[in-house]
Design a protein around this ligand. Structure first.
Ligand SMILES: Cc1ncc(COP(=O)(O)O)c(C=O)c1O
Length: 414
């Protein structure tokens, strides 16, 4: 007989300790809001513009993969053709490697998760920047590491002197760095800092996780900077992704690591998903072999550079005095620091009311007072001709908030 007991309070199972008190990420909530309001002008998420996806070429590659090879729909080991194409892509960026050092993942996020699980025991120390990509914190949370924070110079990247001092006291499991298009700061790591970081990693035998989804988007007129993996093949574990340069929905990323690490990474990956999506791997291998990536990335780079310039100009015209922002030479983000009396989490609520979204600073630097008045703006995901209006709206709201600097300036629902 069915039980007639009704509970007025939901009975929950015992959760693992790390999950207790864990709320859905601010980012996930925002995705929900943006998804429910298709007309919102969003500078919030670091998503590429869907209008620029290479749909015809990807569609042709997927269709021909299915038509010509039934194994495109079979389970299978990481596709050698795709690993070979990725090795060639890396060589074009100055990184000497071959397919035996390339490990395929479901996006860069899975790569970070696998590397974290491979390297970190609970309580072990890891080095991250004070302001950094929240996905790294997410990947680390179940492992409960000890965080060693290093500041970042907004002009040239991680404070390598602070790192050196730290490494003289402790041997962390890894150093997490974004060399180009830092998310959220938009900064590129200076060449001299790249060299020093690699020297420190070698000297202290601590691997660098170089997270590089944005390195293909460099906007300077000189030669593009090579990733740190070009300087060392033993202590730099490179993480790449097709999410920004092709499409994030494909969920394909990669790690370039010393060959002896590849079987260990396979063990960690098998725990959760056995094999990646074979069809997408076949399709991407064909897309790359056809030479479709380079012209597509050139188009994106040109377009994103113009959007960056549109955003920088609009910030100049509309943000209140006392606001400063980064001038990114790579990537998709501008980081703006507003006057300290402005709480950007509250400002976001007002901005959404007016149809504009951005990301407030706190998810990138939990606990930092400065981040409370900062915001990340993605210039890549919305059309160039809408950027001016969106920044003007944010600027007007920020100016109003300055005029009423107390929490009572909350105007939610007003
Ligand atoms: C710095 C950084 N690393 C990793 C990722 C995850 O990317 P993917 O879509 O390849 O999982 C992102 C996504 O925005 C990112 O900004």
């Amino acid at each position: 007989m069915a039980s007639s007991v009704h509970y007025s309070v939901r009975v929950q199972p015992y959760f693992a300790n790390w999950m207790c008190g864990n709320e859905p990420q601010a980012l996930r909530k925002l995705m929900g809001i943006v998804g429910r309001r298709p007309n919102i002008l969003s500078f919030a998420l670091g998503w590429p513009d869907p209008a620029l996806f290479p749909r015809a070429a990807i569609s042709a590659a997927l269709v021909s993969a299915i038509d010509e090879n039934p194994l495109a729909l079979q389970l299978g080991p990481p596709l050698p053709d795709l690993r070979r194409e990725i090795a060639a892509l890396m060589r074009r960026r100055g990184v000497a490697c071959d397919e035996s050092q390339v490990f395929l993942t479901a996006g860069a996020q899975q790569a970070l998760d696998l590397l974290a699980r491979l390297l970190v025991d609970p309580g072990a120390s890891v080095v991250v920047e004070e302001v950094t990509y929240p996905g790294m914190h997410m990947a680390l949370r179940p492992l409960a590491p000890t965080y060693c924070y290093v500041p970042t110079d907004e002009r040239d990247g991680m404070d390598v002197d602070a790192l050196q001092a730290l490494l003289s006291r402790t041997r962390p499991r890894f150093i997490y760095v974004m060399s180009d298009g830092h998310n959220p700061l938009g900064v590129s790591l200076a060449p001299s800092k790249r060299r020093r970081l690699v020297e420190l990693a070698r000297a202290h035998q601590v691997p660098i996780i170089e997270d590089d989804p944005y390195g293909f988007f460099q906007y300077g007129s000189g030669d593009p900077l090579a990733p740190m993996r070009a300087l060392d093949d033993e202590w730099v574990y490179y993480v790449g992704s097709f999410s920004k340069i092709v499409a994030p929905g494909l969920r394909v990323g990669w790690i370039v690591a010393p060959e002896h690490l590849i079987p260990k990474l396979s063990i960690v990956k098998d725990l959760s998903d056995i094999d990646g999506c074979t069809l997408v791997q076949h399709g991407l291998a064909r897309f790359l072999a056809a030479g479709a990536l380079a012209p597509h990335v050139d188009t994106l780079r040109r377009e994103y550079r113009e959007r960056r310039d549109a955003m920088l100009g609009a910030l100049e015209r509309h943000m209140p005095e006392g606001t400063r922002w980064s001038t990114p030479q790579s990537g998709m983000f501008v980081w703006a620091q507003l006057p300290s009396t402005i709480d950007t989490t509250i400002l976001l609520e007002h901005a959404i009311e007016r149809g504009v979204a951005f990301l407030p600073g706190p998810p990138f630097a939990p606990g930092s007072r400065i981040a409370a008045s900062a915001m990340r703006l993605c210039f890549a995901s919305c059309p160039r001709d809408r950027i001016e209006d969106g920044v003007a709206t944010i600027g007007a709201l920020a100016t109003q908030a300055l005029d009423r600097p107390t929490p009572t300036a909350r105007m939610v629902g007003a």
